[in-house]
Design a binder for this molecule. Structure first.
Ligand SMILES: [Zn+2]
Length: 412
């Protein structure tokens, strides 16, 4: 149960979680919020302190560093993100440790009534005896992805102090703005300079993921005809009515996130605003296969066309832009990085599992841009909400997998 890494991982998780580094989709800046740099600058100092080399904070907000190799072997990268999700309050996080968890319901001082219990979260019941970290109820914890950073830092520290471990060079990257899909700047893959990499951003021990959604984003703009309602007879064309009809006509009962699972794709309207004169609908389109993604986009366009045909005085525009692609398209051509991580799991006594992620990671973009980059578990659970938690011993398992992977890569 206890490993030599527990104390360092717990200390880092607590310290990192207390730093507010939430990203903001509505901000045009890079990084999207200046507070993320508080975290990044602290990591720069910490990396120098543990003896990492080539430590830089790039102009696009990514912390990069090297742990020089001790032998021949591929250059492997490890990446996690400094930002926490905009989906829930992330200011003034007060992390709490529940040492040697006893299996009872965990309550939260800042949210009476909120409960985290093995009855609703069975995996928590498997963690009796472990040290559990939660927030205080008012905020998310931010184990997504500060657990990833804590694991990578602890691994790097161990490698630097263990010159006897034969392995190639290790590169580290801590990105901003992953949660808003802006973590991988076009300049980053070259600057990372690795043969392949891993994001540390998954959940349960043993998870090695190499499939994500393929993703497009759509924006539908409806321009009606505006006029004073008292003079509107036969003249007003209400953009809000037409926008509502578009949403109503799309397949809500069969193709939305709340009714799909597994390998099914979806469309999801996440923002709608406007006036009677002009309305905008923002929609994300997701599918594991490109033809499925294409079909969902075609369906959206045909619905827009059909509603436009009912009202020739309105103008309906539908623009669809690519966001990221399923990393499997590239990784299945060379599964070496995936197999290496799976073997490393077995080395530490874990059975590897690969499930398709119903989302994207920085690794989706890295892989598409030429750096194969599957995802490794960190232990993070119930992310993006006040019940978010993590077991320190799960983080220790991830640290051991990274170290086993390094040792194997040199031999291979
Ligand atoms: Zn994450």
């Amino acid at each position: 149960m206890r490993t030599p890494f527990d104390a360092a991982l717990q200390e880092r998780m607590m310290r990192y979680a207390a730093i507010d580094s939430q990203s903001d989709e509505t901000s045009p800046t890079q990084p999207s919020t200046a507070i993320q740099l508080d975290m990044s600058n602290m990591l720069v100092e910490e990396l120098k302190g543990i003896g990492a080399q080539d430590v830089v904070l790039t102009e696009y907000g990514v912390v990069l560093a090297t742990v020089p190799g001790t032998a021949d072997g591929p250059t492997i990268g490890f990446c996690s993100h400094v930002d926490t999700a905009p989906a829930f309050d992330a200011t003034d996080v007060k992390p709490r440790v529940h040492p040697e968890y006893d299996g009872s319901a965990i309550t939260f001082p800042d949210a009476p009534g909120l409960e985290l219990s093995p009855e609703t979260v069975p995996y928590l019941g498997e963690k009796i005896g472990c040290d559990i970290v939660t927030a205080s109820g008012a905020t998310l914890l931010g184990a997504d992805d500060k657990a990833g950073i804590a694991i990578i830092m602890t691994m790097a520290e161990h490698l630097i102090s263990s010159p006897d471990i034969a392995r190639g060079p290790v590169r580290l990257a801590f990105t901003p703005d992953e949660e808003i899909g802006r973590g991988v700047d076009p300049r980053l893959p070259d600057a990372f300079a690795v043969d392949f990499g891993y994001t540390l951003d998954g959940s349960k021990p043993g998870e090695i993921e190499y499939e994500t959604f393929s993703a497009d984003g759509a924006e539908v703009t409806v321009t009606g005809v505006a006029i004073h309602p008292g003079l509107a007879t036969g003249k007003l064309v209400n953009a809000l009515h037409l926008a509502a009809k578009i949403i109503e006509t799309l397949p809500q009962a069969t193709r939305t996130p709340e009714v799909t699972s597994g390998r099914e794709g979806f469309w999801h309207v996440y923002e709608m605003n406007g006036t009677a004169a002009k309305a905008t609908i923002k929609i994300i389109l997701r599918d594991f296969e490109l033809d499925g993604l294409e079909a969902t986009g075609a369906m959206l366009r045909s619905v827009c066309d059909a509603i436009a045909a009912t009202e020739p005085r309105a103008v309906i525009d539908c623009t669809i832009r690519p966001q990221y692609r399923n990393m499997r398209y590239w990784l299945e051509k060379d599964m070496t990085p995936v197999e290496l991580a799976r073997d490393a799991c077995r080395d530490v006594g874990l059975e590897p599992v690969s499930v398709a992620i119903r989302g994207g990671t920085d690794g989706s973009r890295f892989t598409e841009m030429g750096v194969p980059c599957p995802n490794i578990f960190t232990g993070q659970q119930e992310i993006h909400g006040p019940r978010e938690w993590i077991a320190v011993q799960d983080m220790a398992l991830a640290t051991e997998v990274c170290l086993a992977l390094e040792e194997r890569a040199e031999k291979g």
